[in-house]
Design a protein around this ligand. Structure first.
Ligand SMILES: NC(=O)c1ccc[n+]([C@@H]2O[C@H](COP(=O)([O-])OP(=O)(O)OC[C@H]3O[C@@H](n4cnc5c(N)ncnc54)[C@H](O)[C@@H]3O)[C@@H](O)[C@H]2O)c1
Length: 337
């Protein structure tokens, strides 16, 4: 049976996911949409040729009898109330990151889900669905490089707008490394620190860029993440794991090596959407398939909470320059290990 989905927030990623469900994925259909700009929601219905009702607000959409699962793709500060409303009605919900804008908000969702007694929430962290990260995890889990000791990462964007602030390097950018490295290493963070190299002249006056985020995990793995959002040359994601007996690197996205004009070159992507386009498809198809089978999997509300606690610690570390402990509540048995 086709899963009937309601989409809250028809902005960039909401439209993208609605298109995905309608044109690329199988087993689901969009039957309801809403946005605080109803005109835009209506336009999305027309543009994508959806057979969907436009609701006045997210709560009416969640309550609608024919909405079997909910996609929350509105602005971050609105996520918590919609996820809680979906849980209250026992409806599975895929929520784009962040799960909530505070760790306390994430914890309220964790508690509501635990009380419900069954997983309903998948958070939209897509990197664990990327083919390259999966291959890297497979190398680690099959003990081909021994126990991981050090991880070197880089997250580089060509440029950012003037509205991008120093803390967004954590909350919007490194948040993806925070999530994927926990998953990759099957570990939690113990402490974090942020150090600032010489600033690029291509960053706006209020932005510290680049930054280096240093993290230590509970098992003692040391991680460095270079975040450089005005690197000019491309969108570049690097990850190298140093293990006891070998080193494994995240594969580069495939591109045609070219010999031309006295150069031997490979193109580098410039758009983050291109880099993870397949991962978005796989994560959402995973949600649809799981819900149809009566089980929600993927990044959990607990993972959303862990990311929020770690991001808070990183933002504090940005301000103080200190090594900041990452203090998480005890993990409910509900989420396994
Ligand atoms: N996983 C990823 O890589 C990824 C990528 C992009 C965006 N996101 C996340 O997705 C969310 C949306 O990002 P975006 O780039 O699409 O933003 P956007 O501004 O393009 O779209 C958000 C939409 O939500 C609507 N909206 C806001 N409050 C609402 C409410 N109360 N009810 C209904 N609609 C409401 C806005 O009008 C807007 O159309 C953000 O949380 C962002 O962090 C995640």
């Amino acid at each position: 049976m086709t899963l009937k989905i309601g989409v809250i927030g028809t902005g960039a990623i909401g439209q993208d996911h609605a298109r995905r469900i309608t044109q690329s994925l199988s087993g689901a259909t969009v039957v309801a949409v809403t946005d605080i700009h109803p005109q835009q929601a209506q336009e999305v219905v027309q543009k994508l040729g959806l057979n969907a009702t436009v609701y006045a607000n997210g709560h009416d959409l969640i309550a609608a009898a024919d909405v079997e699962a909910v996609l929350v793709t509105s602005w971050g500060p609105t996520h918590e109330e919609f996820v809680l409303a979906a849980i209250a009605r026992g409806k599975p919900v895929f929520c784009e990151k962040p799960l909530a804008v505070t760790a306390e908000g994430c914890m309220r969702i964790v508690q509501a889900e635990v009380e419900h007694g069954k997983r309903l929430v998948q958070v939209g962290f897509m990197r664990p669905y990327d083919k390259g990260y999966r291959a890297l995890k497979n190398v680690i889990d099959s003990d081909q490089i021994g126990a991981p000791l050090i991880v070197h990462c880089a997250h580089r964007n060509p440029s950012v707008g003037d509205g991008y602030t120093t803390d967004m390097a954590i909350t919007d950018t490194v948040i993806h490394e925070i999530d994927v490295l926990r998953w990759l290493l099957d570990d939690d963070y113990a402490s974090v620190q942020v150090v600032y190299p010489k600033k690029t002249r291509n960053a706006s006056s209020h932005l510290a860029d680049p930054q280096i985020i240093l993290m230590e995990t509970a098992k003692g793995v040391r991680i460095d993440v270079e975040v450089f959002v005005n690197c000019q040359y491309g969108y570049d994601i690097q990850c190298e794991v140093v293990g006891e007996t070998g080193i494994a690197r995240l594969p580069e996205p495939s591109a045609v090596p070219m010999r031309s004009q006295a150069r031997n070159s490979v193109a580098i992507l410039t758009d983050w959407k291109q880099r993870f386009i397949d991962a978005y498809d796989v994560e959402l198809q995973g949600f649809i398939d799981a819900v149809r089978q009566g089980e929600v999997g993927g990044p959990s509300a607990w993972d959303g909470y862990a990311a929020a606690v770690t991001a808070d610690a990183c933002v504090l570390a940005q301000k103080t320059g200190d090594i900041v402990p990452v203090r998480m509540a005890p993990r409910p048995a509900f989420y396994g290990r």
